[in-house]
Design a protein around this ligand. Sequence first.
Ligand code: MG
Length: 164
Amino acid sequence: MRIGFGYDVHALAEGLDLVLGGVKVPSAVGCVAHSDGDVAIHALCDALLGAVALGDIGKLFPDTDMAYKGIDSTILLERTVELIRKEGYEIGNVDITIALQAPKLRPHIDQMRARLAEVMGVEVEAVSVKATTTERLGFEGRGEGVSAYAVVLLKGNVLERTLF
Ligand code: MG
């Protein structure tokens, strides 16, 4: 078994889409980013890559590469999970915390879990998404940005190990 941790931040600005956990959340502000700015997925990808020591999302999908401009982050997650499986690992469970002052994310949490589970090809019970405000403290609390933390547990694929 291997554990991984990921963290990501994006600035918020008016008139942009707010996409979190693969779900577009109705909001007056959205993420400033090269991709769709889905911090939850970016933290999750970094956790997955970290667990197998394959670097990070910036190394795999550089933001200097125009191929990734405005890209749907679920595509990055799909590719990341493919890599993990190629390394001989399967996802045990993932746990994500998103820190955002507003809007409230609770109404969208189950949709995020379902979407992330679908993209990763795992049961929804293996995917936890939590949201917190920061009590108006720090950049999240002032509404200047959104951050996300993710941890994952990977299980070695026993079948693959036996075969090779
Ligand atoms: Mg990012």
